[in-house]
Design a binder for this molecule. Structure first.
Ligand code: SAH
Length: 355
């Protein structure tokens, strides 16, 4: 049975479904879910490491620097969550191996990957075979010890709940996925209580909440509380102040489509609420830096100098290299829209490139 037909049957049996359950099923259903069945990174959508090698290289050098700040612990875990085609990690480890302290870093490193998609796990194992990565089911499965974690464009695929405000009645409802005439449709169910409320929300037509942001903060805080140095660098798109209002989008072969049209066959994504993420990090007892904008972050790590090196070494493709690097940092492109936040254990100073 197609996923769409199964969703329709589930809704007919159990009633309208929160958007979070719809998203979770579309992305991760073991039989028909998008990430379970088709690795669409670089096909349905693209990401910073797929655009320019500079992205992964600079994050690798950032990780190396933070490991030095931690006192060069050996062993330590380098973890990536949601590594996609492993392009970021491949570029990061190549950059690390090319600098002086790199050998010691690579010798001390235990590479751990957390990846929901069996198809992508295979790509990652092949691409990173020189570094013997170990796959974990969840972040919390990491063994005790110092940890540096990187996740790019992971948070935007964590399931979202959507709340809608009726300004006239001054009341709130939760958006649901229902069924009419054998098709999936949008609906809403009135709510007595919101999961949280601040007066700011009354200025919005609605807002989104990803429960997974709190889970992420609590998981990382748990690791830090076990007494180990911990840095987690999370990069994604989304606002830094008010929560996103209604940002659920679906992508199929680079085109934006209706999120209800092809469940399981397209990527689903939302903007990440960086104010909420910061709040959850602080509430969990972590030290939080940022969110800062991706453009200044990459520039302060040396994006321009690296771009110049690459264009000088490859004059025939200099324009392409320049344009790709510019996309990552240009405020009109990814430079402003993407944010970088760092969660740390309390014993560490501010991480590099957070101003
Ligand atoms: N970081 C990569 C890929 C981003 S796409 C890049 O920048 O190119 C999102 C990635 O997160 C995919 O690898 C997807 O399979 C993975 N993913 C999504 N939800 C996940 C979850 N709950 N746990 C672990 N991995 C997840």
């Amino acid at each position: 049975m197609r996923l769409k037909d199964r969703l329709i049957r589930m809704i007919e049996t159990d009633g309208p479904m929160p958007v979070s359950l719809y998203m979770q099923t579309c992305l991760h259903d073991p039989q028909h879910g998008y990430y379970a069945t088709r690795p669409g990174v670089g096909e349905d959508f693209t990401t910073a490491p797929e655009i320019s090698q500079i992205f992964g290289e600079l994050l690798g050098l950032w990780a190396l620097h933070e490991w030095q700040v931690m006192g060069m612990p050996a062993p330590f875990t380098l973890m990536e969550v949601g590594p996609g085609r492993a392009t970021l990690m491949r570029d990061a480890l190549r950059a690390i191996s090319g600098v002086k302290a790199g050998d010691a870093f690579l010798k001390a490193m235990k590479l751990k990957l957390v990846e929901a998609s069996p198809a992508l796990r295979k790509v990652q194992a092949d691409t990173l075979s020189d570094f013997a990565p170990e796959f974990l089911t969840q972040i919390d499965d990491v063994e005790d010890g110092p940890l540096i974690l990187i996740a790019n464009e992971l948070l935007d695929c964590l399931p979202v709940r959507q709340f809608i405000r009726d300004a006239e009645k001054n009341s709130w409802a939760e958006r649901k996925v229902g069924v009419a005439e054998g098709e999936l449709i949008w609906g809403a169910e009135p709510l007595d209580d919101l999961p949280f409320f601040t007066p700011d929300l009354n200025r919005l037509k609605g807002f989104e909440l990803q429960p997974g942001l709190e889970t992420m903060a609590l998981t990382l805080a748990g690791i830090a509380e076990r007494g180990h140095a911990m840095r987690a660098l999370l990069i994604d798109y989304g606002p830094n102040h008010l929560p996103p209002e209604d940002t659920l989008r679906a992508f199929y072969k680079g085109e934006q489509i209706d999120p209800l049209a092809m469940p399981g066959e397209c990527d689903l994504t939302v903007d990440v609420d960086f104010a909420q993420l910061r709040h959850q990090g602080e509430k969990a007892g972590l030290t939080v830096h940022g969110a800062v904008h991706q453009g200044p972050f990459l520039l302060s790590l040396g994006a321009e100098a690296r771009m110049q090196q690459l264009t000088q070494a490859n004059p025939e493709t200099a324009q392409t290299i320049f344009e790709a690097a510019a996309r990552l940092v240009d405020p009109k492109d990814m430079g402003d829209r993407f944010k970088v936040i760092c969660f740390s254990s309390g014993d560490l100073p501010a991480p590099a490139a957070f101003f």
